[in-house]
Write a protein that binds this ligand. Structure first.
Ligand SMILES: Nc1nc2c(c(=O)[nH]1)N[C@H]1C(S)=C(S)[C@@H](COP(=O)(O)O)O[C@H]1N2
Ligand SMILES: [Mo]
Length: 322
């Protein structure tokens, strides 16, 4: 099925022009057969860095804080959140902040497809413009046993599900990150199954806690944290929170996720936080709070058991905690 693009009459004038010229430039490149030659020509004659891009909808930040979601622990220092990252597209160390600046955010096409009433493809700015933004403070727990407390800005994932209108029979939401080895050197490593893919059941995706972040610390998200939009699933290990998303697909089949393909004996589909279930190579009983040497006890579902435990009733035979 061909995706339905937002009709031109629904866009403000300047954006119609921008989109139309971008599209026709691509068609020109394709028809003139020069696509393969272009990177070479740019490499020879254009060594300037790409022009700076304006932030996406800065006037929406800071968004109103939702007081339901607060955390008793102190907020992680912003500089640490911005500079200590996991984003394998840009390298396997925590210091990928500089490399991630190569990511271009305009345009950023987001596709919503699969078992939906109407497939859609729209620019991230247009998608964010349609969504109600709010600030939520969540605990964040990486499977590597470090943890943070982050004031995210974004919208409930269920709002996107509502926009997509999944058809009866859709059971999972598959989420795909960008693919562009020209800007993401990690994607030149062929032993990884790029692009990064994650997935949720539809019950999880429509849970009140499931969030799409477009910002953090009262400002639009930076590239190293997954701009222009990423998942935030605070009761699951951090690798479920896919960054820099380009596609949401509704399906009746459980998605094959990135880490469950790379190391299937260590990382599964569910990845709910549980201190009593160790990783095959380390304990999950405690976690290190970013910005301190303090280790604190890890909590079942990362402290969100009262919210999400009922999602897993009847699924006890599943590997829910890896
Ligand atoms: N596309 C993509 N998303 C990703 C990752 C990644 O490597 N690629 N790493 C995950 C992991 S393991 C963690 S802990 C978080 C880290 O998010 P942060 O750097 O914003 O703290 O992003 C997750 N999302
Ligand atoms: Mo992680």
């Amino acid at each position: 099925m061909k995706p339905i693009r937002r009709p031109a009459w629904a866009l403000p004038e300047h954006r119609v022009t921008a989109e139309a010229s971008w599209r026709s430039r691509r068609r020109f490149l394709r028809e003139s057969g020069s696509v393969l030659g272009m990177p070479l020509l740019f490499g020879l004659f254009n060594s300037d860095p790409p022009p700076p891009e304006p932030p996406i909808l800065p006037e929406r930040y800071p968004a109103p804080r939702n007081p339901t979601f607060t955390v008793a622990r102190p907020t992680t220092p912003k500089e640490l959140f911005l500079s200590y990252n996991n984003f394998y597209e840009f390298g396997t160390s925590k210091a990928i902040r500089a490399a991630a600046q190569a990511l271009r955010l305009r345009p950023w096409w987001v596709r919503i497809d699969g078992m939906v009433e109407r497939e859609l493809e729209l620019d991230a700015e247009e998608l964010i413009r349609r969504m109600p933004l709010e600030e939520r403070i969540y605990r964040f727990r990486c499977v590597e046993a470090w943890a943070a407390v982050v004031p995210w800005t974004g919208f409930p994932l269920r709002e996107l599900v509502r926009l997509a209108a999944p058809r009866a029979g859709a059971r999972y939401l598959r989420v795909e990150s960008f693919l562009n080895p020209e800007v993401a050197p990690g994607q030149k490593q062929p032993w990884y199954p790029w692009p990064y893919v994650e997935g949720l059941t539809l019950a999880e995706a429509t849970h009140e806690l499931a969030f799409v972040a477009t910002g953090a610390y009262g400002a639009p998200l930076e590239r190293q944290n997954g701009a222009p939009l990423r998942l935030v699933l605070p009761w699951k290990y951090g690798f479920k929170s896919a960054k820099s998303i380009v596609r949401f697909t509704f399906t009746d089949t459980r998605p094959r996720t990135f880490w469950s393909q790379v190391v299937p004996q260590e990382y599964g589909f569910w990845a709910n936080v549980n201190p009593a279930v160790p990783h095959p190579r380390w304990s999950q009983r405690t976690e290190r709070l970013l910005g301190s040497d303090e280790r604190v006890p890890t909590q079942l579902f990362n402290g969100y058991a009262a919210w999400v435990a009922e999602l897993y009733r009847g699924l006890e035979q599943e590997p829910l905690f890896m």
